[in-house]
Design a protein around this ligand. Structure first.
Ligand SMILES: NC(=O)c1ccc[n+]([C@@H]2O[C@H](COP(=O)([O-])OP(=O)(O)OC[C@H]3O[C@@H](n4cnc5c(N)ncnc54)[C@H](OP(=O)(O)O)[C@@H]3O)[C@@H](O)[C@H]2O)c1
Length: 295
């Protein structure tokens, strides 16, 4: 039996927890802020359900003998990292591996002091999913997850072997993470003007998005990512091909009055750029404006 705890079973966490629980040899626990009885995920393959153990506090894990576990999957938003740490303290033993399924390029940083590098698995996730209620998720595509090559990455991929989610180990994780960031950083335009993907048809909005991505490419290259010159155009082509009504999570978070992953998606370009002497004024501007708008 492989024990797996998912911290933050929202859109991504609920989807992966439900898929992982489809295998009898997996004992899945979800670590929740908002409790629910069952997980039901409407997937491209049909609706799947699961009844994982639900832990509402780190103390309940210890009391129930549910820790330490073989695997922890962190699927909270980047702005909920502090609340995640108490769970980790309760779940992690000397053999526990910890996967971080989040956007951005700083998956490992917050956890590096607590978990040894060889047991930490950063993951780039492309599984479009939305939560309609606690434990209720719509998974729009089967999607994919990319993790670094190596023993821990291979073991992570094996957890998903029975699922339609394509989990791949990659030799150059840095490049994969920055490619996803290039897509995500452009989404600040949607969040700023509160208009979904279709606004990229407008050449003026598209050019602002390209400028954000050009800065991301410059900083990503300085960080060692291999990013092509036409990545800004590829990002715009992707936005234009998408459902014009689709709303990215930064936009959705702002519209709902929630915190935003602004630092992880745009602030990071400014911060890491500064460390390399590369200015990122467009990203700095969207960060300042979105922060000010949230005041
Ligand atoms: N959704 C997507 O399509 C998608 C695609 C690719 C990547 N991502 C990335 O994946 C990450 C997760 O995003 P998401 O869309 O899955 O977010 P989400 O739906 O908001 O889920 C986050 C979950 O974390 C829970 N949570 C927050 N603090 C907690 C705590 N202290 N203890 C336990 N649970 C806690 C939330 O609880 P509540 O139920 O109380 O809110 C929520 O269920 C983000 O970095 C996002 O950018 C998302």
């Amino acid at each position: 039996m492989t024990s797996i705890a998912v911290i933050g079973p929202g859109a991504v966490g609920g989807t992966v927890a439900a898929w992982l629980a489809q295998k009898a040899e997996h004992a899945v626990t979800v670590c929740v802020r908002t409790p629910f009885e069952t997980l039901a995920v409407e997937t491209p393959e049909g609706t799947i359900t699961a009844t994982p153990r639900v832990a509402a506090s780190p103390q309940s894990l210890e009391d129930g003998g549910l820790s330490p576990v073989d695997w922890v999957l962190v699927t909270t938003k980047t702005y909920d990292t502090d609340g995640t740490m108490a769970w980790l303290d309760a779940l992690v033993g000397p053999e526990t591996r910890v996967a971080i399924l989040r956007n951005g390029v700083e998956h490992a940083e917050p956890f590096a002091g607590r978990i040894d590098a060889e047991r930490l698995v950063p993951a780039v996730v492309d599984i479009p999913a939305e939560r309609s209620a606690p434990g209720r998720v719509l998974q729009r595509r089967n999607g994919w997850i990319k993790v670094p090559a190596g023993a821990a990455g291979e073991a992570f991929a094996a957890l998903f072997a029975h699922t339609p989610i394509a989990v791949e180990t990659v030799a150059d994780f840095t490049t994969e993470a920055w490619k996803k960031l290039a897509l995500n950083c452009a989404g600040a335009v949607n969040a700023l003007i509160l208009k979904p993907a279709g606004v990229a048809q407008d050449e003026g909005a598209a050019e602002v998005m390209r400028t954000l991505v050009r800065e991301c490419v410059a900083v990503g290259r300085a960080e060692g990512a291999e990013l092509s010159d036409d990545l800004p155009d590829q990002v715009i082509a992707g936005y234009r091909a998408a459902d014009p009504g689709s709303v990215n999570s930064l936009h959705a978070d702002r519209a709902a009055g929630r915190p935003m992953e602004l630092d992880a998606r745009n602030g990071v370009i400014v911060r890491k750029g500064a460390a390399h002497g590369i200015a990122a004024p467009a990203n700095a501007m969207v960060v300042a404006l979105l922060n000010a708008a949230a005041l």
